[in-house]
Design a protein around this ligand. Sequence first.
Ligand SMILES: CC(C)(COP(=O)(O)OP(=O)(O)OC[C@H]1O[C@@H](n2cnc3c(N)ncnc32)[C@H](O)[C@@H]1OP(=O)(O)O)[C@@H](O)C(=O)NCCC(=O)NCCS
Length: 272
Amino acid sequence: MNLELRLERPEDYRRVEELTREAFWPFGRPACNEHYLVHLLRKVPAFVPELDYVAVDEGKLVGNIIYSRAKVVDSEGAPHPLLTFGPLSVLPEYWNRGVGRALVERTKILARELGYPGIVIYGHPDYYPRFGFRNAEVYGITTPQGKNFDALMALPLFPEGLEGISGAFYEDPVFELDPDETAAFDQGFPPKEAAQMIPVEILLAKVSVAAGEAIIRRGIKDLAAFRGYSGREVLGWEGVGPADLAVINSVLREEGLPEKLLPSSPILAGRG
Ligand SMILES: CC(C)(COP(=O)(O)OP(=O)(O)OC[C@H]1O[C@@H](n2cnc3c(N)ncnc32)[C@H](O)[C@@H]1OP(=O)(O)O)[C@@H](O)C(=O)NCCC(=O)NCCS
């Protein structure tokens, strides 16, 4: 692989939407919506063109990261501007080869140079800590409903970047996609069979009864659903012990899905 990172150009737009669709397809039912989000994001004032980067291998577009301005509204109602990113997409045949890392690391530096105080995202809670993201709770940042979970993460871009920035996190309204419009947009792409989800039953047969009940209580129906929870959170479910997490990880690994991080992972060192 000979990876080059550069700004997205208008002539890349369609291909980037296609690769976004490929990246998210395995997780969407009946189709994913992120390619439509990319399509809309570039047109809203919150879009940050200076951070819209693509990864190219020998002329082939293999990844994209797209940023938009967001805000944290404090208890007095004062808005604090900062950044969010997403979708972050890598073509499946390029997964686990450092493309995602390269896109995040490069744009983090550029975002700092642009003077933004920090980045808040909803994302895979066991992926982004490797880039310094921590549960946004550490900074007193919650969802608009006042909720916290490990998938809501924040990263200051300067040592005290998020000092004094706490409250409710709001993305641009463009993130609220209309399902009918999304489906109509997807019609413009080649037909694709709905992704085959791996049923959770193959895991339920292997974990303890109590852990199985906890997984069912969470409404988890397929293995991909684990990507929304951190290993720490899964261990916090009543009935799930370290031995169960080890089984969950071995099943995820067998199925080619990323494992949950153990709370002892060095990647999480320093997490509040
Ligand atoms: C998530 C994604 C962007 C990662 O990009 P990538 O180029 O494959 O990742 P990198 O090569 O930089 O990093 C690979 C490492 O991250 C881990 N990883 C990848 N996805 C992960 C996830 N969802 N959760 C936890 N860890 C993950 C891999 O296991 C690997 O770990 P290792 O270094 O210990 O072996 C890519 O898999 C993708 O496009 N997925 C589909 C779309 C998506 O989910 N986007 C992110 C939305 S928040």
